[in-house]
Design a protein around this ligand. Structure first.
Ligand SMILES: Cc1cc2nc3c(=O)[nH]c(=O)nc-3n(C[C@H](O)[C@H](O)[C@H](O)COP(=O)(O)OP(=O)(O)OC[C@H]3O[C@@H](n4cnc5c(N)ncnc54)[C@H](O)[C@@H]3O)c2cc1C
Length: 379
């Protein structure tokens, strides 16, 4: 069931070659420390055609499968989680354009996205609506052939470099909260869109922003899908996000295991490598076991996504388990490395900082447990 094809194994090797060249440990460290967006990695991915992996050839894409996409994300994240995050915008915004955009919108947006010429962000979360995302209050009011948007978006990753932000806004204030939401591709280069970068703990190469919308104008042709029908599209987008985040955590956890194992073999105390101590071996064994389970759960979720029969419980379980496994692994990895693991010049601390976000973004652990639990008792 989970065997990879020869082409998929070749893709994995190809991505490994790319990251060893374009996203070395030094590059990852430098991007993280300087909080610089990985533009060169993005351009390299575009050149290799990988930004087009999820899209049909008709638009310049490669027509890849969900498994191909998961392999790409896993391997990029193994080199640096931020490298995989640059692909996030392609999935979060390019995905809805493909699924619910009309032909004119697909032709307008997909080719430049695939060529790496258009940067994108997703603006769903607001200052007062995070886990309860459908409670969003940003308003979009139609005036002739335009919509006027007012409101605020919080934690909008990549907004500082984005050409367009996919904004979820309320178009019907009378309808129940899930029913009056529409999606807009809002151009950022206008006075009504004000973006401020936020200071944060991890994944520092990918900026996260607050976005104020003050009479921001959007032409009607930038509305994605029907008016008031945005929520079901967002749900599909969030379902894709589950396997994307699970694959990302799996790749990063593989790097945690590599770093911890190498260190355990090299570091000597009491006259022998610390990897000879059973206490250290057990920690490595726990990380290894989590990694195998995370990978299986990720690809099981991906496989069902591809078949079109993903049980939401499974998607939530994958995101929940993989993010917590990554966090556990990063904590164990730091413990294995002792004081050096706590130092900024070693890479384990980056995993420790990056991992925490994975338990919060894309639905917190509490929310995913609630999704699974509620469905278990309802089924
Ligand atoms: C670095 C970063 C990048 C992000 N990027 C984006 C982005 O690009 N686009 C975007 O739209 N959003 C983005 N987010 C937002 C992210 O998805 C939200 O932070 C997340 O959904 C949680 O919302 P919140 O932070 O408002 O927490 P809250 O919803 O306020 O939750 C606070 C606490 O209460 C708990 N809680 C809430 N409701 C329940 C409940 N019903 N049962 C049990 N516990 C509950 C939560 O689990 C959490 O522990 C990003 C966030 C971060 C930190």
């Amino acid at each position: 069931m989970f065997e990879f094809t020869e082409e998929q194994e070749a893709l994995r090797r190809h991505i490994g070659d790319f990251t060893r060249r374009a996203c070395t440990r030094e590059v990852a460290r430098q991007l993280d420390e300087s909080e610089s967006y990985p533009f060169e990695i993005y351009a390299g991915m575009a050149e290799l055609g990988w930004l087009g992996l999820p899209f049909p050839e008709k638009y310049g894409g490669l027509g890849g499968s969900a498994v191909d996409i998961a392999i790409l994300i896993e391997e990029l994240s193994r080199a640096m989680m931020a490298a995989a995050q640059v692909f996030g915008a392609v999935i979060y915004v390019g995905g809805p354009v493909m699924r619910i955009g009309n032909e004119e919108q697909r032709q307008r947006f997909l080719p430049p996205i695939i060529r790496g010429e258009m940067q994108l962000a997703l603006g769903l979360t607001e200052p007062d609506s995070g886990s309860d995302a459908a409670a969003l209050r940003t308003r979009a009011v139609r005036k002739g052939d335009r919509y006027i948007l007012n409101g605020a978006k919080m934690f909008c990753s990549r907004a500082h470099i984005a050409d367009y932000i996919l904004i979820a806004a309320r178009t019907d204030t009378e309808a129940p909260k899930h029913k009056g939401i529409s999606l807009f591709l809002v151009p950022t280069g206008q006075p009504g869109v004000q973006v401020s970068l936020l200071k944060k703990l991890g994944i520092k190469a990918i900026g996260t922003c607050e976005v104020a919308l003050v009479d921001a104008e959007v032409p009607v042709e930038n509305r994605l899908g029907e008016e008031n029908q945005g929520w079901p599209s967002l749900l599909t987008c969030l379902a894709m996000e589950r396997f994307y985040l699970a694959a990302m955590c799996t790749g990063a956890l593989a790097d945690v295991l590599d770093l911890a194992t190498d260190y355990a073999k090299e570091r000597e105390q009491f006259g022998r490598p610390i990897g000879q101590f059973q206490a250290i071996q057990h920690k490595l064994a726990d990380i290894y076991t989590d990694l195998q389970a995370a990978r299986l759960l990720t690809y099981q979720t991906v496989w069902h996504t591809e078949q079109g029969n993903l049980d939401p419980k499974l998607g939530s379980a994958a995101k929940l388990f993989c993010s917590e496994a990554y966090m556990r692994g990063a904590m164990q990895g730091m413990q294995i490395m002792g004081g050096y693991g706590y130092m900024m010049e070693f890479d384990m601390q980056r995993h420790f900082r990056d991992a925490k976000l994975m338990e919060i973004g894309g639905g917190t652990s509490e929310i995913h447990r609630s999704v699974i639990g509620a469905r278990l008792v309802a089924d």
